[in-house]
Design a protein around this ligand. Sequence first.
Ligand SMILES: [Fe+2]
Ligand SMILES: [Fe+2]
Length: 275
Amino acid sequence: MTSLAEMAVQVLTRADGREKTALGRRHAATWFAARAAGTPLPIGTAQPPLRPARPERPELLPPRDVPRRRPGSPLGRTALLHAVAHIELNAVDLHWDIIARFTAHPMPLGFYDDWVKAADDEAKHFNLICDCLEAMGSHYGALPAHAGMWRAAEDTVGDLMGRLAVVPMVLEARGLDVTPGMIEVFRKANDTATVAALEVIYAEEVAHVAYGSKWFNWLCGRAGNDPKEVFHDLVRTYFHGGLKPPFNEEKRAEAGLPPDFYWPLVDGDKDDTAP
Ligand SMILES: [Fe+2]
Ligand SMILES: [Fe+2]
């Protein structure tokens, strides 16, 4: 029987985005069917690659070399959606990676339920956004994309709590801050299909942040540590640069992230040129 960790590695080593997400969705269905039948698949062990397989296109460029376009133009909206597709594909791999990477830590099965569900959501998001791009006459791979997206995974390759702090609780929480503005861009352009896709993403991402804070708190509780202190230490260790307000306080609260977790990590002083 194929273990969950082996399934995760199969997804991580598949390069094409549509194929990667189709395989991931089949594996997620298999996992949940076995759970419902009361015969869960073994977690197992496997060797995830340091970096997941990726298609030949998009070309990956350093962030400063990715051309910026104004979101008010059709070209700008295509570029914005292309960047979202890239984020979603990375998110698929990030969630399968956390499943395969840390099997040496004994965790309740609910931990795996949550990340399989999150990976399945991301696969849906990637396909929704690809459909929107194709409806605009573009496709994922048509434009260059950020090369730095996998950095958080590499930086936290040996630290499960660091991974939880940086990926769901910082990066995915940032998604909650910026998505409403993006929805507005497409609403103004009367692109109802893209608005609908982004609304699905916005609603489902709250759960991914919540899974992160749930298991982060659980691990801190098991070790008898103060979650807020541990979170601050880990983000300062692994995340490069401070957090950026404005924060979506309401959705962050819904996801179990209180203000005293993120506000102290804003590094506002550096830009403060007042006498
Ligand atoms: Fe997503
Ligand atoms: Fe997510």
